[in-house]
Structure formats: structure tokens, C-alpha cells
Design a binder for this molecule. Sequence first.
Ligand code: GTP
Ligand code: MG
Length: 500
Amino acid sequence: MEELLKSSIVKGFIFSVYGELGPTPIYSFPNYFSEKELKENNKNTKLEDELILTYRDITQISIKNLSLFISDKIITEEKDLQKIQYFAILPYPDFKATSLTYFHFIRIDSENSPIPTAFSILVEENSRSFLYNNINRIKPIVFEFFKNFDTVISKTYPPREEIQDKFQDLLSKIIEIEQSPSTPVTTHRKMKILFAGLDDSGKTSFLLSVDRKYSKLIGLKPTVGASIKSIEALGATIFLWDLGGQKRFREKYIDKAEIYLYEADLLFYFIDIKNKSRFDESIEYLQNLKGVIKDFNQHTPIVYILSKGDSDVLDSQEIKDNIEFIKNKLDEINEHEPFDIYITSIFQIFTILRAFSSGISKLSPNRDLINHNLKNFSLMTDTYLTLLLSIDGLVLADFYGTQAIELTKMPKSEVVNVFEVTAPQFAVLFKIFARFKALKQDEAIFKVANSVILFRRIQIEDNFMFFLFLVDNEDKKELIKTELKSFLNYTQDLLLRYIA
Ligand SMILES: Nc1nc2c(ncn2[C@@H]2O[C@H](COP(=O)(O)OP(=O)(O)OP(=O)(O)O)[C@@H](O)[C@H]2O)c(=O)[nH]1
Ligand SMILES: [Mg+2]
């Protein structure tokens, strides 16, 4: 096992549980060294081809992991605990390492309630793109592993020698991924986002709005073939592939899928909500794309954009029927699994930004765990709505309390996906956000109708991020300030590794 680890990108495994004495490492591969051994062998290099850690180091890693999972308040009913499973990518600057960590609860016979656990797959910091690029292939292997392992440890934790084979098996499976050709392992993460849909469905306009280059919208020409642009965001280079939708191009993308569709991290699929006569054609194209993605075994997430939902047409019965029709179709195609759908209009930039945000946030393996912690934070401080925004106004994480839904008068029946509802209130929020940014202050308060918006600017390494809190009154300010500090203490690494 030790030799295998030396030859692999994977440098170690650490499995820890939140036991009676708090976070406790149970198994670690390679085995840890005592301080004495380290001194004798003069092994102070933390990472070369092997990971050299002391018991204190692995305890530190356990604490760091599990404190993310156990926030101060348990918000979930016990019966739901076992359904909670998160993956996150976390940095350990002290050891020049990064992990893909799997969090889940286990049942131990001697304990009444489920026990939180963390399992970290450690790699060198410089090879972390291996984790990002292959997370979707590693996940099922880890799930499979614990399906069996959870029962093995349900009575006691067997000695390390007895279970070493199991971990070695797991390692071999990850090494198989390592050896099958995929994107080269680099320090800088590169991502590919596709924008597809029929011609005239508003892809280029959407992208231009994101770019806020409104002036370019007049006299927009159909896109010839694929037009590729890149943006630098959140520490990564994101390539945006605008796939012109005329028929001859659509055929080309499918024929040459290995160029256009291969290794796409995300797909925005556009449907012009006004053009009912082309719905069938659009659905057919979508199914072709999905077919290819499936053949590649790629798990590319899809965000559906119902475009041209300008505010003056949304109330018409015809458009409502169109939306209903498309939703039902998509529901069928997605086999009744939940999917992300947004109605956008180039005349309301926030509708575009929130759709784009939601897509970008899907690229973050840490998003779920950040949201989990943000929810705890919000419940603890009694915040109606909490948004974590990037400097460009992208929503990195969000929480909506029931009061927010009431305050913003969003019809409950439609709260499938809160952002789906065109709430003019969000336009107000975005305007206020722009004003706050211009102030270049660390905090500000804005009064709106019956509630108050608090802003806080934070800095994590070189990145500025912004919190927006909707609360009932100004007195919440101090509580939020205090709690935010502890929230950031344990989540800032998650934010740091949001995307790259
Ligand atoms: N009313 C309205 N018109 C829109 C909206 N978005 C795009 N359009 C118009 O729809 C037309 C087509 O938009 P494009 O962005 O060029 O469409 P496309 O999907 O890039 O088309 P191809 O490049 O041919 O695939 C243009 O005239 C846009 O002005 C919208 O939100 N509302
Ligand atoms: Mg175009």
C-alpha cells in the first residue's frame, strides 16, 4: 500500500469520525510517524513522493474536516442524517496538500445516533486539478466503497492491518482513473461551458449581457460555427463555447462531438419561449446532445434557459402555456429528476446573472457544503435571506428562509426553485449591491420596505466576496458580525477552493 501511494497521484487516505472525544482519526494511509521517528530520520520534508504526517497532523486534518460538517446547530432531523452526503475539495497549506473529502454519517451499534465521518483522499497541492477533473468518476467509487465499509465498522473499528486490503482496492480503482487518458494534471483549472440551442434562441445575447456589453446587442448576427471566449473567474479559466444554432452547425457538433461536446463541465441549453412552432425541433436537438453526453459517460450538468421571457409577455396566457408545456417536456426527458430552469430576458440583467450564477456555482464541488453551513448560519442568526456574492455579482451560495419567500411575495406553489420566479425584488437587490460595491466599505445598511439589508465585504487571500443579509431589523448587525467570524473561520478554505 505504501509503495502504491508513492507511485500514485494520491498520496494518502485519512478516515476520521466525530467520536466521544471529538474529531478522531481512525485510519490513515500511509501510517503516521511519531515525532521521535521524524527527528531520528530527519524527515522534515512534508511532501515529496510520500506524505509524512505525525499523529498531530492527521488530527489537525480530522478537526478541520469535521468542523465543516458539524456546524454548531444540528438542523436536520435524525432520520434524514443518513441521506446527507457531501464531497468537498479542501486545501491544507501546512502540508502542501489538497483533499477530496467525503462526508457522511455512519451507524455504530454502540451509539444511539448516527456518527459524522470524513474520508479524505489527499494529493499534492499542485496536482489538485486531478481531483477537480475526475471528481465525477471518483465519487461512485467512494460511494461503493463505503456501502461495504460502513457495515464492516458498524460493531468496532477493526485493526488497521485487517482493513488495509479494502483501502488498497479503493486506491487501485483511483489509479485506474489516473491511468486512463483524461485532461493532463495542471495547477491551473480550465473549464468548458457550452451554450447550445436552436438558432435565434438568444445564446449570444445572453453571453453579451453577462459581459455587460449592451452596445453590441444591436444588429446581432447569427453565430457562425462555434465562437469561443474565455473569462477568468474564481481562480480558473472558463472557456465559454457559444455554439451557433443553425441546422448545419448542429449536425457538425454531433458528428464531431469529440471536439465540441467532449469534457464539457456544464451546458446551458436555450429555448426561445415565444417560439412554440420550434419547440419540437429544440427538444429533438436537446435529446441528441444528451445522447452524446451520455455516450461519453460525462455527467455534464445542464441548466435550461427559457429565453425572451421579457416582463411584458410573461403575464400572457400564451406564454404561460408555453412555459408549462416546456416544463412538462423537460420533466419527462429528465425522468422526473429535479432540473435547473430559468426564465431570462436581456432586458433584465439580473435574470441573466442569476441563471449564469447558478450554472457557475455548479462547477464548484464545495457548493453543497458551503450552502449547508450557510443554512446553519442563517437559522442561527435568524436571517431571512443570505447571499454570498463574488465581486462580479455571481451568487456563490444562498439561503432563503420562509420569511424571505413571504417578504418577496413569491407564490409558494412556485417555489420549486426560488430564482425561477421572476421577482422584481431581486432587481432591487442587485442595484443595492452595485451601490455598496461602489462605496468600497466593509459594511453598509440599506433600508427596504419593512426590512433591512446588511452588506459585509470580506477578503479571503486576494479575493473579495460579499455577504448580503436580509433581516427584520438593524439590531441583528452585531450578532451577524460575531457569527460571521466563526462561520468564516471554518468555511474560508471551502471558499478558497470554490472552483480552482
Ligand atoms: N425580446 C427579446 N429578444 C431577445 C432576447 N434575447 C435575444 N433576443 C433577440 O433574439 C435574436 C437572436 O438572438 P441571438 O443571441 O443572436 O441568438 P443565438 O441563439 O445566438 O442565435 P445563433 O447564433 O444563430 O445560434 C436577436 O434579435 C436578439 O435581439 C430577450 O431576452 N428578449
Ligand atoms: Mg449566436
